[in-house]
Design a protein around this ligand. Structure first.
Ligand SMILES: NC(=O)c1ccc[n+]([C@@H]2O[C@H](COP(=O)([O-])OP(=O)(O)OC[C@H]3O[C@@H](n4cnc5c(N)ncnc54)[C@H](O)[C@@H]3O)[C@@H](O)[C@H]2O)c1
Length: 341
């Protein structure tokens, strides 16, 4: 990996994946891609792209973040190879394909695909997209990894005809391990850009889904939020300890979800029972109490792992060690998931 090095092709390669422009081969390989923001998500997304594509640029205004990104990518490819998620060649080559820079112009010059993973702040993202619209090649697809803003909000300052080339591409932490990528489209997104982005992530070994509408939270975050609302409600009413509520998910239906999603699971069990279960009229009140429980903890400074306490007690835990052991376990689980497909 090279820090702030001008790639031989930078500024000259054309490579819009939607346009299948010069610089792409016939299967739509994007010659150069760029990831904007190299924090928790960005380095993982860069690594994913580098498994399949020859030249990936990571941009971040903070040089120390870029250095850490490079170290994390090296650590990660070794782990993924050890768990059989990538082969030895990909593990060897991926890090050499990643270039880093604090110069946005350099990062996106000649890129066919650009994905933004900057902080979740709307004005920052809107300004960034105005810059990307101006700096990136006219046929480049621009994607956002925003968790909560719609594509319409993030691309408010993007002008026609680029609007046909904007897509959502939403990853899950850690992006280099969790297979899902939610590919979404806005009102003006063209079919070609949408499908080319889906194919791009498939080529990287990810498991994309198509989100047909531009909605906040895509599909998976809205599902997660529904579960979180109920988990907090149960915690607030004292049904069980935080540890036991988590065990109920991990050792109960969470395991089944590795094999079958909730809708297929419902069909397998039969719809008869589900149709007899009544909605609890007190649900609104319970869910509000759960939300208040979380807000009270946050207001008291109990913000989770980094603060030593949140919904659970993390006193004495080392966040870096928790990240590393979590990634290790997730890589093992991902290998099992792919083996059972
Ligand atoms: N963390 C998650 O679990 C998660 C999951 C899915 C999606 N996301 C989304 O991904 C995006 C990035 O989240 P993160 O957790 O990686 O945040 P982060 O804070 O770890 O990383 C953001 C990076 O962007 C850089 N940055 C600051 N200003 C910038 C600018 N103007 N242009 C480009 N980069 C800039 C920062 O230096 C930082 O390194 C957010 O939109 C977030 O909602 C996060």
């Amino acid at each position: 990996m090279v820090v702030a090095r001008r790639g031989a092709k930078a500024g000259t390669v054309r490579g819009g994946i939607a346009a299948r422009g010069p610089g792409n081969d016939s299967s739509g390989v994007v010659a150069k891609s760029a990831v904007i923001g190299a924090g928790a998500m960005g380095h993982g997304i860069g690594e994913v792209l580098a498994r399949a594509y020859p030249e990936v640029w990571l941009y971040d205004p903070d040089a120390a973040t870029l250095e850490r990104a490079v170290a994390l990518i090296r650590e990660s490819v070794e782990r993924l190879e050890r768990h059989g998620l990538i082969d030895a060649q990909a593990a060897r080559e991926a890090p050499t394909r990643v270039h880093t820079t604090t110069d946005l112009d350099l990062a996106v010059a000649g890129a066919g695909f650009v994905i933004e993973a900057a902080p979740e702040d709307l004005p920052t993202k809107q300004e960034l997209f105005a810059d990307l619209d101006r700096l990136a090649p006219a046929d480049a697809v621009l994607a956002t990894n925003s968790s909560s803003f719609t594509l319409a909000e993030v691309t408010k300052q993007v002008r026609e005809p680029r609007l046909t080339l904007v897509v959502g591409s939403h990853f899950f932490l850690p992006a280099q391990i969790v297979p899902l990528v939610e590919v979404s489209r806005g009102a003006a997104t063209g079919d070609e850009a949408f499908e080319a982005t889906y194919a791009l992530w498939e080529r990287c070994g990810k498991a994309p889904i198509r989100v047909r509408h531009d909605v906040s939270g895509y599909v998976a975050n809205r599902l997660q939020r529904a579960l979180m609302r109920e988990a907090l409600a149960q915690l607030a009413e004292g049904s069980a300890s935080a540890e036991d509520i988590d065990r109920a998910v991990r050792f109960g239906f969470g395991l089944r979800f590795l094999v079958r999603g909730p809708l297929a699971q419902r069909d397998v069990a039969g719809l008869g029972l589900a149709s007899r279960i009544q909605t609890n009229p007190d649900d609104r009140e319970r869910l509000d109490a759960g939300r208040r429980y979380l807000l009270d903890l946050a207001a008291a400074g109990h913000l989770g792992l980094a603060a030593g306490r949140g919904l659970l007690d993390w006193h004495g835990a080392d966040p870096e060690e928790i990240r590393r052991t979590g990634d290790e376990a997730l890589a093992r689980a991902a290998a099992l998931l792919f083996a059972s497909e």
